[in-house]
Design a protein around this ligand. Structure first.
Ligand SMILES: [Zn+2]
Ligand SMILES: [Zn+2]
Length: 88
């Protein structure tokens, strides 16, 4: 139970329970550890899609888009067809 004591001690000192940074107000974690894995992944995927879009790559699989077939689309033909087939 040493871990609990450690966390309680940090909590009572207003420090992050994961590291020894100062915790955010009304929080047990610092700003770094407040970012959950989930929100990190959402942000990461959003960033990845944005970068792919800028480079003219499919936002889903990252392959080069065909300027004729994929004109005006952000996803390649494969990913578009996969998307459509879900509802069928
Ligand atoms: Zn921390
Ligand atoms: Zn694709």
């Amino acid at each position: 139970m040493g871990n609990k004591v450690y966390k309680d001690l940090h909590k009572s000192l207003g420090l992050c329970i994961n590291c020894s940074e100062k915790a955010l107000p009304n929080n047990v974690c610092c700003i770094k550890h407040k970012i959950t894995h989930n929100s990190f992944m959402v942000g990461y995927m959003r960033d990845l899609k944005k970068k792919r879009k800028q480079k003219g790559l499919c936002t889903d699989c990252g392959i080069f888009l065909d300027s004729d077939i994929d004109n005006g689309h952000v996803k390649c033909q494969n990913c578009r067809e996969e998307l459509y087939s879900i509802g069928v």
